[in-house]
Design a protein around this ligand. Sequence first.
Ligand SMILES: [Zn+2]
Length: 768
Amino acid sequence: MLIHLRKIATPLKPKLSSSLNKLYSDRPLKHSPLLKLPFQHSVQTLTRPQLEALVLSRFSQGKFFDLLQNVVASPSVLFTASQNLITPLPSNRLNAPESLLSLDMVSSCFSVEDMARELYENRFDVGACCVRLESSEEKGEFLVLPNLKLKVLLEAMKMVLEIVYDERFVTFSYGGRVGMGRHTAIRYLKNSVQNPSWWFTVAFRRRKFDSVHVNKLCLLVQEKIKDDILILMLKKLFELEAVQIELGGCYLGRGFPQESGLCSILSNIYFNGFDKEIQQIRLQKNEENPKFSLNGTVSFHNPVKIYAVRYLDEILVITSGSKMQIMELKSQVLRYLEGNLELEVDRMNTAIHSAVSEKISFLGMELQAVPPSVLHPPMSEKAIRARKKYLRQKEVRAIELRNARERNRKKLGLKILSHVFKKLKRTDGLKSEFQIEKEVTEIFRNWADEVVRDFFESLEDNTEWHRPLSAGDFLSLKHIRNQLPVDLVNAYDRFQDQVNKHLNPLKAKKEKAREDEEKRLVEEERYAKRTVEDLTRLCIKVEAPIELVRKAVKMIGFTNKMGRPQPISSLIALEDTDIIKWYAGVGRRWLDFFCCCHNYKMVKTIVTYHLRFSCILTLAEKHESTKREAMKHYSKDLKVFDLNGKEEMHFPTEREVKMLGERNLADPYPVDGAFSLFLIRLVTDEDSYPCIAHFCNRTDSILYRVRLLQKTLNVNPSNGVEWVRGMGVIHESLNQRCLPLCADHISDLYMGKINLQDLDCTLSLDMD
Ligand SMILES: [Zn+2]
């Protein structure tokens, strides 16, 4: 039974058994015994409202009390936290079916009840849950990581703090929050920021939070939460380095093992005062702006506005005002960060830039202010001609279709008539078992209606009929009319009136001319509006830093010095499928990350051309064949066969890449965690170890040795010339360590569906 359950829980096979589903379904709050805390009888996953109710029950007189002992130390909360560690965040993987964790599986790692009791009695040993990974090199840095049990505690604390704080954060605080990721921030910049003129980003000196910062953080937490045990726990976690926050180090929000969800929320709490300060400055500025009531008249007045976006430790401040204003703003910002928050700002790299003339890099992308026509260029002459041609062709096709329909109708009508006629001749009268007259009448009436309508709609048909009917008849000659009966002449005149009324092509022509004129006017107006907008408005263009991406492509070895695809020799030791998956993981992450960029096409080219062909060449080199043979074997879509001989495709197809566009993606992980990690399969005679993905424990695992890119290339990541600026680095202590992973989890890791944060790296092995 246990093995069966484990299989269910692996993310790749998320088939839910209905009984399990029922056992752990979300029961409404009223009937659950949850509020009997902290040690209720049944342990079950909590829904967000249930957890909220639990946290709010500890609220009185503006503060929360004793959350650690009463909420975090509840087996259900701990169990829910465990569940969160394997269930992908809803924001990250929208379509992933919910995977399910059973209490048995958690119990096989540690006892939730015992852990809850330890926490409640304040004798939880944090130190025993920390593992120190030494670097493989002498004098290398070491890394302290929490084990799975401690990770559960961190997650539980994060969940509780999230409920206390999430509504208290300002709207421009992104990162580590549900639905507030990089793409949301970019969308805000694109849609809401008007006429940016000056801006700056804050660069922090690379530094870990020390006791000063931790004490400050604890004071901030204490403003809202009165819980000495929680504060002691936080201090202990920082002291033992189980939790680390390093500003300016490019590893927050990248899925590296030393970070956890708790880090994100703690940095948001730390910066919350700063956010509020900026919010205050913004409001003040808005109030200073003179108010106009213009009643719809066009105005070129643009009130000065201030905008800010903070994504964890990345801060961007924008103004639509003068340089003086941004300078003042910058000194205010730095005063708060250096004074109140005691952070070290790298003043050299915190420079003010003109939004129009310089690009600024933020969130791994490049921003610049441009006129709207750059983002939505008007159609070129060529495009307009092509469009006209297309419309004409469409019209011709429609006419052809109509003619064909008419022809067929005539044929069918004649057939019916001749059939009826024959029947009539053979028998006396038409006798049928079915009464079909009604249907036939209906059909003919429809046809007739359609024909008449088509006739009146067609300018040519009207002209054709109008000409003979209105052409100089002798009835219109004055001296003849006099000799004719008055009734006849009147009837003729009336008839002529009707002909003119219904068939006169002049009228239809006029109508068409009027419509064309209207269209022209609308077009002109649009042109005028666009021109004025171009002169008066600025919006933000977001681009992928294509130079940096190219540099990364070259550094990793996808291309040679000439920029042509080349094989990557370090990957040759991998299985075919794993080679393809590794490439797919890098490519898909790049495609996800930059999907909101104006120059997305360039990223697409890099993935679909450079990466695809580098992969084909690597496969060719591995099998000592030519590129042509490899292409023939794997096809351009890089097809492989699984154990059952079923075709598999992991790399996005050319068509798929072409169709990709901006999607409502939640926070994407940057690609640095995917490409700086090679996992080489190890062959050993030893017994297999349990899979180290959270709560997986599958024993049919295989050992993979980690080889980090910077070690393979022998470059120093802190050297800006050798390494790509802004790309994070996996900690060197993981190099050469061995990870036991089951087939599902190694696949997920290659494809970038999970990352090192989803593994218990404390169980990695140091083998020679
Ligand atoms: Zn596994």
